[in-house]
Write a protein that binds this ligand. Structure first.
Ligand code: ADP
Ligand code: MG
Length: 247
């Protein structure tokens, strides 16, 4: 049974058709790329899968059951966490406060509890190792570089211990050692049986870390392919529409 399934998703923004019948499915424990040219609907699909945007039509299923996700708490309850293309950190809050924002125990005023700080530090650890220095948890996020902010954003998603992690262009501002650190995390999640949806326009990254890819074109699914059986050239052609999808 697929871990995550989207069937016939449609979404318009006024006169703009973002998605017109997009479908895809991820198997448990796979790293699944969502590819497509700019504007093909990848981010809109990510937001529909996490309840940020409501679809006009179509169904989302988790573990075979149709779900209706209408906000972050629904999403977390289903074991889903996401890093969106637009960063969502609160600049005036500290690194730890951002990572722990919205956690149940923090809402009850326990942000100073050592266990919550340990959780924040633990989720940042893969990145602090690659930076060669600590990212102080009390530092205000506004003072961080874009790459550091991106890492905090990823740590925030990891702090939910997701079974399904959606990463939308999460490597955009990372340098290569930081990308390596993220990919280590992705591989660990996969080894633990979690599922990752990896959205990126960097094909070399997709080939490094993903098992299969679904290509969106003009808001529709052009194909789902196994990456070990598809060349980068064929993948690019699928993205721009020069070839028919393999049967
Ligand atoms: P991608 O992530 O593949 O680049 P998007 O999902 O961001 O694509 O966008 C798909 C289409 O929907 C684009 O034409 C984009 O301009 C449009 N779009 C996305 N979000 C909005 C929005 N909130 N309001 C209006 N148009 C939007
Ligand atoms: Mg996008």
């Amino acid at each position: 049974m697929p871990h995550l399934e989207a069937v016939g998703i449609e979404k318009r923004f006024g006169g703009v058709v973002a998605l017109q019948g997009a479908s895809f499915e991820c198997r448990p424990g796979e790293v699944h790329a969502l590819l497509g040219a700019n504007g093909s609907g990848k981010s809109t699909l990510a937001k529909i899968l996490t309840g940020v945007v409501a679809p006009d039509a179509g169904v989302v299923k988790v573990d075979g059951r149709q779900v209706s996700i209408s906000g972050p708490s629904d999403m977390y309850r289903l074991g889903i966490a996401a890093v969106y293309q637009e960063l969502s950190l609160v600049p005036q809050l500290s690194v730890a406060e951002n990572i722990l924002l919205g956690h149940e125990r923090v809402r009850h005023g326990l942000v100073d509890e050592p266990a919550t700080w340990r959780l924040a530090a633990e989720c940042l650890e893969p990145f602090t190792r690659s930076l060669g220095r600590r990212l102080p948890l009390h530092l205000v996020v506004a003072e961080l570089s874009p790459a550091e902010q991106q890492m905090v954003e990823i740590a925030k998603a990891l702090s939910r211990r997701p079974r399904l992690l959606i990463l939308d262009e999460a490597t955009a501002s990372l340098r290569s050692r930081e990308v390596d650190a993220l990919f280590e995390v992705v591989r660990r999640l996969r080894a633990e049986g979690s599922t990752v949806v990896f959205i990126s326009h960097r094909l070399e990254e997709v080939y490094r870390v993903c098992d299969r890819a679904t290509v969106l074109r003009n808001g529709q699914t052009a194909a789902t392919v196994s990456l070990s059986a598809t060349t980068p050239d064929d993948l690019l052609r699928l993205m721009v529409g020069d070839v028919e999808a393999p049967a």
